[in-house]
Design a protein around this ligand. Structure first.
Ligand code: GLA
Length: 390
């Protein structure tokens, strides 16, 4: 994956005849608050300069023609035949299906897309795909839906077609992202606050394990169910509505027997992570990056031991990061079972950190990990001036 907007425009021109409009739809990072967007927690994502470019035009033909440059595959079907398919096609068709369910008249369209986001790397290429299609169609068909409603539509598309019962974090970051700020998102009320990302002297470095263990989707849905079961028990015993109403992790202890170890551990992580993210937001506002970084390491421990969504490759990278004085925080990011770690690293230490960790990783797993130095950018938008996106 390494297409520029110009590559995407050219690929469109080779396949189709119209003059397309161009859009950029970003992937996301998440500084802290993992696996709590479907547990009424707070999360702290941001849109990044790794994403997908789309060239889209209406075609007067009542047909969807959509071309993925990377897979070199095309979907061609009538608007009345939208149904579940496999892989990337489900994200595109899932979005069309949601518009149709709202009785919004999607018109026939041609589309080509490609970009620079690693697929399956945990940077939410899926939300980027949903967001680009929904934003583009919203513009071209004049549906006038708000960004927030488009994010919610993308989430429903993901639930109904690929069947991943995701939270709202990825689609929200994709639509609502703002340059150089992180979003403190309250996932219960779907409201947010922007916090300036003032990290002069530091870089956000992602390291891609290059593994994606196949249980990711099924384990994800299972975690969600485990948390639902745990919450039911807590609701009865504590007269609360949500995990966020629990003020101290110790309040869970009396329910350990009834829950069983596994569900208890999941709930304990959720309660701790909600508290941790609130604290992290406070530290970020105070510009206490060192304190913030410590919480990131704690999140990783919880995801590994209590929530059990890590894997040996991710643990290796986080342990190696912890040993490096220039890294102030690191953890697995996203759903887990592979994908990327996120690291906050002192600028002058980045080069030596990377050369060491990438070669150690290669020795250990015989895999070439990749690293990305990411910048925080605006959410999905139309590209009006080509030169801004070389
Ligand atoms: C995936 C999901 C998100 C979120 C993260 C874990 O990226 O799509 O909704 O649950 O995992 O924090």
């Amino acid at each position: 994956m390494n297409e520029t907007p110009l590559d995407v425009k050219n690929a469109f021109k080779e396949k189709f005849k119209e003059e397309p409009r161009l859009f950029y739809s970003p992937g996301r990072i998440n500084l802290i608050g993992e696996h709590i967007d479907y547990n009424d927690g707070f999360v702290m994502p941001a849109a990044i300069d790794k994403g997908i470019y789309f060239a889209i035009a209406l075609n007067d033909a009542e047909k969807i023609n959509c071309y993925s440059i990377d897979f070199d595959e095309i979907i061609s079907l009538s608007l009345s035949q939208v149904e579940k398919m496999d892989g990337w096609k489900n994200y595109v068709l899932g979005v069309v299906n949601e518009f149709q369910k709202m009785n919004l008249p999607v018109k026939g369209f041609d589309c080509a897309f490609g970009g620079n986001i690693p697929i399956g790397g945990g940077l939410s290429s899926s939300a980027a795909l949903e967001g680009g299609i929904s934003f583009g169609l919203n513009e071209l068909c004049n549906f006038e839906m708000s960004r927030k409603d488009l994010a919610l539509l993308g989430q429903r598309a993901e639930h109904n077609f690929p069947g991943v019962m995701c939270g709202i974090m990825d689609q929200y970051a994709n639509m609502m992202g703002k340059k150089n700020t992180v979003i403190l998102l309250d996932t219960m009320n779907v409201t947010s606050e922007y916090i300036p990302l003032e990290i002069e002297g530091y870089e956000i470095i992602l390291i891609n394990t290059k593994v994606h263990h196949s249980l990711a989707a099924s384990e994800y849905n299972q975690r969600r169910k485990e948390c639902e079961k745990g919450l039911e028990i807590l609701k009865k015993g504590l007269h609360i509505h949500s995990f966020r109403d629990i003020k101290k992790p110790e309040d869970l202890l009396p329910f350990k027997n009834e829950m069983g170890n596994e569900i208890y551990n999941r709930c304990l992580f959720v309660v701790e992570e909600i508290l941790r993210t609130k604290k992290a937001a406070h530290l970020l506002k105070e510009n206490d990056l060192a304190g913030f970084g410590k919480l990131m390491f704690q999140t990783h421990e919880g995801l590994k031991n209590l929530y059990q969504v890590s894997c040996k490759e991710l643990d290796f990278l986080v342990n190696a990061a912890k040993e490096n004085q220039d890294v102030i925080g690191a953890r697995l990011m996203g759903g887990g079972f592979g994908g990327c770690t996120i690291n906050i690293v002192r600028q002058e230490g980045v080069e030596s950190f990377l050369s060491r960790i990438l070669s150690d990783y290669k020795k250990q797993f015989n895999i070439e990990a990749e690293s990305y130095d990411v910048k925080v950018v605006d959410g999905t938008h139309e590209i009006l001036r080509m030169e801004l996106f070389p």
